[in-house]
Design a protein around this ligand. Structure first.
Ligand code: SF4
Ligand code: MG
Length: 332
């Protein structure tokens, strides 16, 4: 089967007073039907802009998709008209963001807001739409959905609000759900519940999920495959096993070392390179303990497939073997 979503060499830039910010600079990956792909990276890595470029949720201008293709079910959606994009958003592609508060309108009941999402793409009677809204609230695990439907957002807890937002995103039974840090604002117990819910819903609704997070712990919970981004580029991509048990990129390793229970709880030293004037060579070279002269010239190393489905953008991915660089301590 062809992938549901295929992003090819996507470049999304922002024109700012300080220059052109190359937020996403040549990103490629696929999302198969029914699978969850996590995009992980620090803030500023371009992971949100990548996901927002899919249905052009980025502000245009100052944003611009300057290159590449986004194939959704075989069609290049970068070519769609504004009307066609609106049909896609909330239709075949649903979105959930970090802050449920901001996604809900405080002056309308949750039932009204779910019905609005249904009505945008379907022609149901008021009674039918209400029934469907109740069913959606049940699906996302809201108890006593038939009465809760007439409540206002402020009558729900943060976790319950996020469940309502997910119900809205599911209103049109999307083929793809894009979730950008949907649990980051929630406490860890609620986070675990929402991740469980998304896994259940994925089966029930037979959808693919693109899940954006800075947290590899969350990735371990929910991902089938992983795209590790840094400074607008894909550093490594592979199955969740490739990334957690067999990672080959120094940036991925550094992220893994920051996980609770690992040796190094400190964040990775150093900061993201300038977005308007990125360095030559590998964008991670200033923070990489394996960097050599080769890493500081030319372009970002190509994302080469080192085993089936496991791609790495690093000239020294085989480091440690004979004749290859040993780590030097750049961590001070
Ligand atoms: Fe480090 Fe060089 Fe690999 Fe970049 S290419 S991650 S600088 S070893
Ligand atoms: Mg973000």
């Amino acid at each position: 089967d062809d992938p549901l979503l295929s992003i090819r060499n996507l470049q999304t830039y922002f024109h700012t007073d300080d220059g052109v910010v190359k937020a996403v600079d040549g990103v490629s990956f696929d999302v198969d039907r029914g699978e969850t792909v996590c995009i992980v990276g620090e803030s500023g890595s371009g992971k949100s802009v990548t996901s927002e470029s899919i249905t052009q949720l980025i502000p245009i201008p100052p944003g611009e998709i300057v290159g590449g293709e986004v194939y959704f079910d075989g069609e290049d959606v970068t070519e769609l008209s504004t009307g066609e994009l609106q049909e896609l958003r909330g239709g075949r592609i649903g979105h959930v963001f970090q802050n449920p508060q901001g996604a809900l309108n405080p002056v309308y009941t949750v039932g009204y807001q779910i019905r609005e999402a249904i009505d945008a793409h379907h022609d149901l009677s008021k009674a039918e739409a209400r029934q469907r809204a109740i069913r959606l609230l049940e699906d996302v695990g809201i108890p006593e959905a038939a009465t809760r439907i007439d409540d206002y957002p402020h009558e729900f807890s943060g976790g319950m609000k996020q469940r309502v937002v997910i119900a809205i995103a599911l209103a049109c039974e999307p083929d793809l759900l894009i979730a950008d840090e949907p649990t980051t604002a929630l406490d860890v117990t609620i986070e675990a519940q929402i991740l469980d819910l998304l896994r259940d819903l994925q089966d029930e609704y037979d959808m693919s999920i693109v899940f954006i997070t800075h947290d590899l712990g969350v990735v371990a919970e929910i991902a089938d495959r992983v795209v590790v981004m840094y400074a607008g580029k894909v550093m490594e991509t592979g199955s969740v096993e490739d990334i957690f048990e067999n990672s080959a990129h120094p940036y991925t390793e550094a992220l893994l070392e920051c996980l609770p229970g690992q040796s190094n709880l400190e964040p990775i030293p150093g900061t993201l390179p300038s977005a308007t004037d990125p360095p030559d060579g590998c964008r991670f070279h200033d923070r990489c303990e394996y960097a050599t002269e080769e890493c500081r010239v030319g372009d970002q190393p190509a994302l080469s497939e080192i085993e089936d489905g496991h791609g790495v953008s690093c000239v020294h991915w085989q480091r440690g073997s004979d004749g290859l660089p040993e780590p030097t301590d750049v961590r001070g």
